[in-house]
Design a protein around this ligand. Sequence first.
Ligand SMILES: Cc1cc2nc3c(=O)[nH]c(=O)nc-3n(C[C@H](O)[C@H](O)[C@H](O)COP(=O)(O)OP(=O)(O)OC[C@H]3O[C@@H](n4cnc5c(N)ncnc54)[C@H](O)[C@@H]3O)c2cc1C
Length: 504
Amino acid sequence: MSKKIVNTDVIVVGAGNAAMCAALAARERGAEVIVLERAPNSERGGNSSFTAGAMRFAYRDTQDLLKVVADLTQEEINNTDFGSYSEQQFYDDMCRVTQYRTDPDLADLLVSQSLNTMVWMRSKKVRFVPIYGRQAFKIAGKFKFWGGLTLEAVGGGPGLVQALHDAAERENITVLYEAQAQELLHDDNGMRGVRLKLAGKTTEISAKAVVLACGGFEANAEMRTRYLGPGWDLAKVRGTRFNMGDGIRMALHIGAMPYGHWSGCHAVGWDRNAPEFGDLAVGDGFQKHSYPFGIMVNARGERFIDEGADFRNYTYAKYGREILAQPGQFAWQIFDQKVTHLLRDEYRIKQVTKVKADTLEELATKLDDVDPSGFLETVAQYNAAVRTDIPFNPNIKDGRCTSNLKTPKSNWANSIDQAPFEAYAVTCGITFTFGGLRVNTKAEVQDTAGVSISGLYAAGELVGGLFYMNYPGGTGLMAGSVFGRIAGEQAAVFASDDVRALKK
Ligand SMILES: Cc1cc2nc3c(=O)[nH]c(=O)nc-3n(C[C@H](O)[C@H](O)[C@H](O)COP(=O)(O)OP(=O)(O)OC[C@H]3O[C@@H](n4cnc5c(N)ncnc54)[C@H](O)[C@@H]3O)c2cc1C
């Protein structure tokens, strides 16, 4: 038996980045807001807490960056080439990596609102810094950024979530923990509230508007298998165990329109022995993203993808699927001494599945579950195919490729011949799912007839239509912030209109 406990203007379901941006935006418009977080306080913040906090946004020049970054010193400005990342480049990247399937209206909104949303977040005391370590290389004494991903939140994902929750606390937003939304209360006049389990007890909260920002279905093995296909039940989950598709399920139940790439997801190479779900103490340390500088082999010892097809920002999100498709769902990444200094920090964490050897023959015997002769043959063929006449340059797509291989390598091809050799075992780690609900440019959830469901808004991972096949790194948080802010504003406006209408 359920019991009504409270009324509010806006309920926000979820307490990650999209949800907290929605809550803050609704509060800014004067709405009373209650946030429902399924997780306990110690695990709050969903996938947003697991990120490095990197955010992709359009900026023309350093002046634009200075609107977002408070703490840039003159020395940093002088020693860094931040370049620029135009709205057109961002939009083109969205189109290119999604094979021109991204919803043009949603993508346009994401891109055009990205900078001012970052500025707005800064006004809520979220602090950002340049990503010197991972997105810039030092050339002739000067840092040069590449790939359109320039800033991250101070303290990474946990820092971002903390800053948003601090702002919520300052603005008297109530956050209920262990509060799992289970059903949308809805009738012919629109939303009436949410039925939830609060610390194990079923209850109801009435509200004039509801914002769903409670993630995709990546943590739900049954939904993964149903929508992504056989084998996806075997993937590891990189982030929160709480994104079970609840928001999508609840909205579909009242007639919302499914939209986007339901059989697609973001999935990466992830330590083969990582736990079933993400570990907040390790964060994204289980990822292994330096494969463009080496090769990847499967159980047969064969290469199966072009490791150097593009900058890792544009390939990492689709290569998890390729690894899942290999026999035994694993691969080994192989590097020689010429490139190990280029490996990202995540290769040096304590919980890493790594082997080292002084000869390729010794390495072949150490690669668990790999055919040693297949591996040695692959390396010999690969080494012979490297175009050493083209100079190697990790800062640009250098065109240093292989010739005449069945699986080519298009950039950064280096022979693997300098000991000691290092190898890292990876499997598929799913990040988030692409399919979700259809929203319009006011973040209003659409029904199956294309009409807005009165009082229902959505933001973040559970919005479909932005990402297909692949994803430009740093866009998940940005999309959550842009659509979260819009959803919160619109929900608050709707709630106040509703109040006015009732008073008439
Ligand atoms: C390891 C890792 C690294 C990443 N790195 C980056 C990065 O650097 N940059 C980037 O842009 N993106 C990154 N991403 C992707 C990014 O995390 C997501 O795109 C983004 O955080 C999604 O935000 P969200 O608010 O929609 O969902 P989440 O942050 O996942 O929040 C969903 C919330 O809903 C709650 N919830 C779920 N069900 C219910 C329910 N029934 N009732 C109440 N609450 C519920 C969850 O507990 C959670 O608080 C990364 C993801 C992972 C896993």
